[in-house]
Design a protein around this ligand. Sequence first.
Ligand code: MRU
Length: 356
Amino acid sequence: MVKTIDWVDGKVMMLDQSKLPIDVTYIECTDYLRVAEGIRKLWIRGAPAIGIAASMGIALAAQQIRAEGIEDFTKKLEPVYKTLLETRPTAVNIQWAVNRFRTFVESNRDAGIQHLRELLIGEAKKVLEEDIALNRAIGLWGAQFIKDGDTILTHCNAGSLATGGYGTATAPMRVAKEQGKKFSVIADETRPVLQGARLTAWELMEDGIPVTLITDNTAGALMQKGEIDLAIVGTDRTVRNGDVANKIGTYTVAVLCKEHGIPFYVAAPLSSIDFSIPTGDLIPIEERDASEVTHIFGTCRIAPEGVRVRNLAFDVTPARYVTAIITEKGAFRPEDLKELAEADKDISGLRIGAAQ
Ligand code: MRU
């Protein structure tokens, strides 16, 4: 499996996903500004992956900050957090990473700056390792929903490329494959930047999971024909009441699923769940440059010059369309999600089914 991001010899290496599947090239980031640029320009994308990138960006910045003492060091990290937080507003994972590192620096403030720099590298590497393990757990809880012979619809890329490895929406698929189940996947191409066509189709083919690519507007017709059994997608931010923000077009898929009686699952690590926001209408939705819609890959114009464009990168699917949210702690009905806010609470009675 190709690596999305890694810490190598004091640098952050990120796979340039904007060039996939034509070129498999890595970008070397020697400072946090380059990491922030990579997040903004979608060299790295997908909520968990940009959370990992932000963590590594902070660790990188920490190596270069010249500070008089711990107060000064902490103060100089603030603009780093701010820059990273401003790159992409919808995915909560960057906020999650910043909170984690703020707390980490605070609890290691007596370590001495040089030692703290090393500790921060270790913490960033840990975020990456943990992410892969969490995805595997999501897979074990989610595989129960995949039966032999199923066809699974997915939207955008919530695969290994969107994470440290293994993926969220793809994790139940990977586990089901390991269990010997026979199933296939339909990937929405996902306009405007085609994460489904360029990334999901590519990584599933690399892993030997049968995949069929469709245009976004084909999903309804296939559901009508009875050719889709379930949908699994990822999320950039799911909130307290179970409303789910994900790639633009996800809401359309969810409404179509409801109309056709098809289960609609969301795979989400707890780092993608924002318990501080009560309802989905309060999630900030990123709007991106018009050129993503008027041009293919920024070069080939496909719309008239000067046309007005709306380019919302994400939409919000209300909780009532969501069959279950599959986390590393189990699968839950969206209305039960809020019970996970307290880490120590016994949630075993709320789990749907069992890990496989
Ligand atoms: O704009 P992108 O490519 O970053 O959008 C990614 C998605 O919408 C994913 O579905 C989401 O981040 C979940 S990734 C596990």
